[in-house]
Design a protein around this ligand. Sequence first.
Ligand code: ATP
Ligand code: MG
Length: 370
Amino acid sequence: MNLSLISEKLGMPEWRLRGAIKRHSVQVFSYSGMEMLLFRKDVGSVERGTVVFGEEVVRGYPKIKRALVLRAAVAAWGAERVAVEEKLNGYNVRVALVAGSPVAVTRGGHVCPYTTARLAESEGIRSFLGENPEYMLCGEVVGSSNPYVVHRYREAGSFGFFVFDVRHRETNEPLSVPERQRLLAEHGLPGVPLLGVFPKDEVAERVLELVEVLEREGREGVVLKDYEMVEEPLKYTPSATNLSDLRHAFAYPYDYGRDFFFSRILREAYIAVERGLSGEELERAASELGKSILLPMVESIRRVEKGEVLGESYELEFRSEDELLQLLEFLRRQGVSVQVELMEDGRKARLKKLRHASTDRIRAVLKSGT
Ligand code: ATP
Ligand code: MG
């Protein structure tokens, strides 16, 4: 591979890239006959999830800082004019042209064959990237039919892709909010819902109101963006989102890291304080938090007791059997264990991702009692 050209494109000295390869922070491998680099960790200012296909760079999607106490986070922030976007609950995908065709890359930097096949059908994506090959589309895939995150949105149906960022694929430089909107509209591509644009001193109060509505509708939260996209964005999610994460994770308690649980419990405490909860309201929040921890664990333990293997099911639609086989091979390489059930017409399948760590540990405790 031409490491000197690649390091120049990434804006890092070549010795640094070579060092990262030696330490395995950057993995070298081949993919459909092409030499590839995958950044498994941040290296200098180059994000984890960055991939290089031959010499074609697709930078990683940057981490978004979370506001725990919204008013304080906004006050400490530099943006003067703020676009408040909905935070959709799906999975992060970057789409860019590789050897002339759109390829869908996951947050970790893997090409997902299922997502690539679905998105390559989009005329808007083809025309956008055809005219702007130096950019990548960063968006959330949401809906009921995918192998990662199932969440129903009335506007998405089984598979929707909503763009939240247009970035230069080599420098990761983002377009401003209005530039992004203009380009997306030109190609008929849907963006994430824009809930409003507010001056800095109004934002926190407006967001607290907006989030209450989103919360009632079962929607995840918001991302605040500097209208000019100079300052880094901030994300904020309501209690219902934390609780639903906790319910999900505590159903598989040995499959998640402790940080996942602890961080979400802390978020609940800051939210309760910022919302000024006390008395009965605080009692209710405490009881909801407790329920979202205890109930899923009790249910899972009972399932294992009955002999079940824990896991989550996903429904998928395919155009061909080959697509399904490619996805299964991809998941296998990622170390995901699945059970597959083909549905009637052979164009739909149900995948059950098996949670072996939790099933085995719970089974062992039930058997030994210790
Ligand atoms: P991060 O590393 O960015 O903190 P995370 O995996 O912990 O990510 P989340 O808490 O889900 O993720 O929040 C960030 C993610 O939210 C983004 O990576 C993106 O996939 C998703 N997202 C949904 N809607 C938006 C939006 N409007 N703007 C930016 N990101 C969005
Ligand atoms: Mg997410």
